[in-house]
Ligand binder design. Sequence first.
Ligand SMILES: Cc1cc2nc3c(=O)[nH]c(=O)nc-3n(C[C@H](O)[C@H](O)[C@H](O)COP(=O)(O)OP(=O)(O)OC[C@H]3O[C@@H](n4cnc5c(N)ncnc54)[C@H](O)[C@@H]3O)c2cc1C
Length: 261
Amino acid sequence: VKIIVCIKQVPDATDVKINPQTNTLIRDGVRSIINPFDMYAIEEAMRIKESYSATTTAVTMGPPQARYALEEAMAMGIDDAFLISHRDFAGSDTLATSHVLAKAIEHIGGADLIICGKQASDGDTAQVGPGIAVRLGLPQITFVRSVKEIVASFITAVRMTDDGFDVVKAPLPCLITVVKEIGEPRFATFLGKVRAKRKKIEALGPKGIGCDAGLIGLDGSPTCVEKIFPPRAKAGVKPIEGSEKNIKAVADEIKRHLRNG
Ligand SMILES: Cc1cc2nc3c(=O)[nH]c(=O)nc-3n(C[C@H](O)[C@H](O)[C@H](O)COP(=O)(O)OP(=O)(O)OC[C@H]3O[C@@H](n4cnc5c(N)ncnc54)[C@H](O)[C@@H]3O)c2cc1C
């Protein structure tokens, strides 16, 4: 089985600040980590590698320092890594990011299984995994909490739903996105870190992966963030616990408000 894990380097969530003028994240001087859900994606790739004969590759699109995320992935046991980096990628939204990652995956020869995290802790859209699958014409299983088996070119996985779970069987090649229930990520070992430092990370730009210039960076990104604000209840809003039982309490509260104008 050939596995590609897509990992994103994100600002440490405890450190995130927003530029009030541009509504974008202030990334300068902020500690970066591997997106927490992508740690679970790496862990699942390692478990599959241990159960089946598999090769594992990590891919990230990001600035030059995103190579540290790839080194960390290799220190956890990932075999090799590709850094997709160029200033023309800057400003890419999820549409452009999934185009770039799909092109990169094609360029490095595709995979039987592509594993993404459920979502990134900064952008938080959960669109990139499904976007890659659509662009590569692959089936996708989202919110996977366990991979049951990979047999005869089929993967069977359990996916979480709002009210339980689904067991889904899909043909390979396939893309899955994983949730944290898949299992605690392992720590990188000292030996793993030494080995990772010695490995070469191949860096690729738009020409190298055959990207269409109009589909990447700001030009390829129709998304525009107009305003960012924390959802806040208006002063005086009173939460009422429960459902049907408390309809009378809700009605009384509305009447009181109407009376008070
Ligand atoms: C107008 C605009 C401009 C932006 N400009 C920038 C910018 O200049 N620099 C910047 O870093 N971000 C920028 N962003 C944010 C960027 O669009 C998203 O962070 C990115 O496209 C991924 O979306 P997401 O974070 O919602 O990921 P999600 O869709 O929530 O991520 C799901 C999964 O997809 C995979 N994945 C996501 N992104 C990557 C990646 N880059 N490499 C590998 N795997 C990945 C991971 O497995 C991840 O767990 C911009 C966003 C907008 C709207």
